[in-house]
Design a binder for this molecule. Structure first.
Ligand code: 5RP
Length: 303
């Protein structure tokens, strides 16, 4: 217990040395509050400025997606290789061990499924997000969807307001409507609208042409979704292109957990995102891990 007598005199005041002022490493978040910056610093590696998020929230609209039938068996072994996990609260509470201690990007909205209209969403309770120790609040924004654009932007706005109140950053997730093209014009508009409405980070898709226009015109970091399963080399190429053109990371799901070597893919993607690996180097990392960790198939050579 501190007392007020007999203490060594304080004398090392660093007179003449200006107090160190560190700029914040993530673009567009310099003026955010301490809690938001602290949480973002757990998600994004302050050395590389980037993140590898593992997304397995698909079930909230798609049911038991291939690779996510038994999250305890397929996803839990991957958690340690990610920088952040993205999932819905039900799966978090029922299957993800609290001891995994990874920052959580919580799917903060819920609503309709792929069987109906999609994107007709409501928000969860901010106190629930705090109870679950969320580091990021993920909300779908359906720009250009005539039925749900307004309601999803209002959801984003409410989430940003609540997040600012409690120091939790918001991830705006651009949803692509059935009649919209995933080109730079659309993605540029959608990501910018998310950022203008206060998202601290935006998740979107990569596009082959002019993606750097999308990242450059968005004032906050962009992470890309992987989309449908591709051959491993193509998925690594996608991650590489996105990073080269200004993305601050990936928030990938199917191209990780539907791979024949999910850990190998995660390690390979990490090499691209954090360590500047080329596609060839990352693919070699994936193949090496896969070959060294082949499960015995029971044939005479494996016995
Ligand atoms: C759904 C999502 C998913 O998390 C996202 O699409 C990432 O998964 P994938 O890499 O499989 O596309 O945000 O709204």
């Amino acid at each position: 217990m501190a007392d007020n007598e007999g203490n060594i005199d304080a004398k090392d005041f660093g007179v003449g040395i200006p107090q160190k002022q560190d700029g914040f490493f993530l673009k567009g978040n310099e003026n955010a509050c301490y809690g938001i910056k602290s949480r973002l610093s757990r998600i994004f590696n302050p050395n590389s400025g980037r993140t590898v998020m593992l997304a397995f929230d698909h079930g909230f609209i798609m049911g038991p997606t291939s690779g996510l039938e038994r999250i305890d068996l397929t996803i839990n072994p991957l958690l340690e290789y990610s920088d952040c996990i993205m999932c819905a609260r039900g799966i978090l509470r029922s299957v993800i061990p609290p001891t995994c201690n990874k920052p959580l990007s919580l799917r903060f909205d819920s609503g309709t499924t792929i069987l109906t209209s999609l994107n007709d969403e409501t928000l969860e309770d901010i106190e629930e997000a705090i109870r679950l120790n969320a580091s990021l609040l993920a909300v779908m924004v359906a720009i250009g969807d005539p039925d749900h654009e307004g309601s999803t932007i209002r959801n984003l706005t409410k989430t940003v307001d609540m997040g600012c109140r409690y120091g939790i950053p918001t991830l705006g997730v651009t949803a692509v409507g059935k009649n919209l093209t995933r080109d730079a014009r659309y993605l540029g508009l959608a990501t910018r609208v998310c950022a203008e409405n206060g998202a601290n980070v935006v998740k979107t898709y990569y596009c082959d042409e002019n993606f750097e226009r999308v990242t450059n015109s968005c004032p906050v970091p962009i992470v890309i979704a992987g989309g449908k399963k591709l051959p491993e080399r193509d998925a690594l190429q996608l991650a590489y292109n996105a990073i080269q053109q200004g993305a601050s990371g990936v928030d990938m799901g199917r191209n990780i957990f539907q791979s024949d070597s999910p850990v190998g893919m995660l390690l390979a993607v990490r090499e691209i995102v954090h360590n500047g690996a080329t596609v060839d180097q990352a693919f070699e990392q994936y193949e090496t891990y896969k070959n060294e960790n082949k499960k015995p198939c029971g044939c005479c050579c494996c016995k």
